[in-house]
Design a binder for this molecule. Structure first.
Ligand code: NAD
Ligand code: MG
Length: 395
């Protein structure tokens, strides 16, 4: 029997997750076809190459001028070309697809991902920031539409696999593993002077710049605690973190009887991406195989929240609830961008987030619009705070 091909819309096509997803589309040409592609548009030549290779029906670029340049690069018949934030939403909502891979980075993914859910499309979610910002609204919308939110993040894919076939009521807690990042063994006193290059040296995973910095501050694990809370409907204290530098055990679920189920594998995002695309089935892949005897040792330790305050801040934001995770995420995005631009030092990232949480507008919000407003307000406040620190304009 010939199965119908799965149509995939890919938000964040030019990123690390996006390109890995497209590799998988190429590896399974009889199984997947690209319906739509979205990206920021900073590399139009690359987007044009992807269009020639994957023939999407529609493409959305955040940058309007990039869309016009793309139109000049692609002779007719070309895909439908959309632009701007509303173009991304239109792509996610209106282009027919069986699955939308949400792999934009940061809050930019919120509205398109919500649009995909509201249109009733299965979402393979890599873009954890969206769940951090609006987990309650997104999971409620998914429940209301009967939409599946399939995790792509390796830890959450692991938890998802460890939960399969078990009763949710029997879950005692979830243990997210963390590599510990490049500064796991760096003395706390040295962190103020580490460079962007030092922070971009992730020991086990090759990823986009923002998540690589988040991995160095451990904010990535903080965001993942919040992501797990929403994806698996857990209480905040049911999500714990254990440092595991080898990145072989991708996460674990501990049940009420003390049994712990873990998912293991080599550090290759192709595995969780493909599982989300083929769920509930699996496919044979040529991916590197786990050779435990060669690895020899798997080690585990407590995270150091004194040295990595971002982990503590994320948990505090989760416990505070309401707008606090939105503020946490927005402050982190602005601070990480400023660090990558060499405008602030590494330890200032946590300082700025703490400041934003102290001064931000707390309380619940009831709509995505209100969430977007808190996000925008926080970004401006943190930007001002960075200017003041650098002796720039004071608002
Ligand atoms: P990346 O920086 O490599 O790619 C980001 C993509 O989003 C690019 O296609 C870029 O064009 C697009 N983009 C960025 N800003 C945009 C904006 N404002 N509007 C529209 N498009 C925009 O990022 P990545 O490493 O692929 O990560 C993507 C998401 O997946 C993040 O949320 C990250 O936390 C998550 N994730 C990534 C990995 C990984 O291995 N890279 C693992 C787990 C989770
Ligand atoms: Mg992860």
């Amino acid at each position: 029997m010939v199965l119908p091909m799965k149509q995939i819309t890919l938000l964040g096509a030019t990123g690390s997750i996006g390109l890995r997803t497209l590799d998988l589309v190429s590896s399974f040409p009889e199984e997947f076809v690209v319906a739509g592609l979205a990206a920021r548009g900073s590399n139009v030549d690359r987007v044009a190459d992807l269009c020639r290779k994957y023939s999407p029906r529609a493409v959305a670029l955040l940058d309007v001028e990039a869309r016009d340049r793309l139109a000049r690069l692609l002779p007719a018949p070309r895909p439908e070309l959309l632009a701007g934030p509303e173009g991304l939403v239109t792509l996610a909502r209106d282009v027919k697809a069986d699955i939308v891979v949400s792999a934009l980075v940061g809050g930019a993914g919120l509205l398109p991902t919500m649009a995909a859910i509201q249109a009733g499309r299965t979402v393979a979610l890599a873009n954890k920031e969206t769940l951090v910002m609006a987990g309650r609204l997104m999971t409620a919308a998914a429940r209301a539409r009967g939409v599946k939110l399939l995790p792509v993040d390796s830890e959450h894919s692991a938890v998802f696999q460890c939960l399969a076939g078990h009763s949710r009521a029997d879950v005692h807690r979830v243990l997210l593993t963390a590599s510990g990042g490049p500064f796991r063994e760096t003395p706390k006193a040295r962190l103020a002077t580490v460079t962007v290059e030092d922070a971009l040296q992730h020991p086990t995973w090759k990823m986009g710049a923002k998540i690589t910095i988040d991995s160095a501050t451990l904010m990535n694990k903080g965001l993942e605690i919040i992501e797990a809370r929403w994806l698996f409907d857990l209480a905040p204290d049911q999500v714990q973190v254990v440092v595991h530098p080898q990145s072989i055990v991708h996460s674990m679920v501990e049940y009420i009887d003390g049994a712990v189920i873990a998912q293991l594998g080599v550090a290759d995002m192709g595995v969780p991406i493909l599982y989300a695309l083929t769920y509930p089935e699996r496919r044979p892949t040529p991916a590197a195989r786990l050779d435990l005897a060669r690895i020899g040792q798997l080690t585990f330790s407590e995270p150091d929240v004194d040295k990595f305050p971002c982990l503590r801040l994320a948990r505090a934001a989760l416990e505070a609830g309401g707008a606090a995770p939105v503020i946490l995420n927005a402050a982190n995005e602005v601070a990480v961008a400023a660090f990558l631009d060499r405008r602030i030092g590494f330890t200032e990232i946590a300082e700025l987030i703490q400041e934003a949480l102290d001064h931000g507008r707390a309380g619940e919000f009831a709509s995505i619009e209100a969430c977007v407003a808190v996000d925008a307000e926080t970004r401006q406040a943190v930007q001002r705070s960075i200017d003041v620190r650098r002796g720039g304009p004071r608002a």
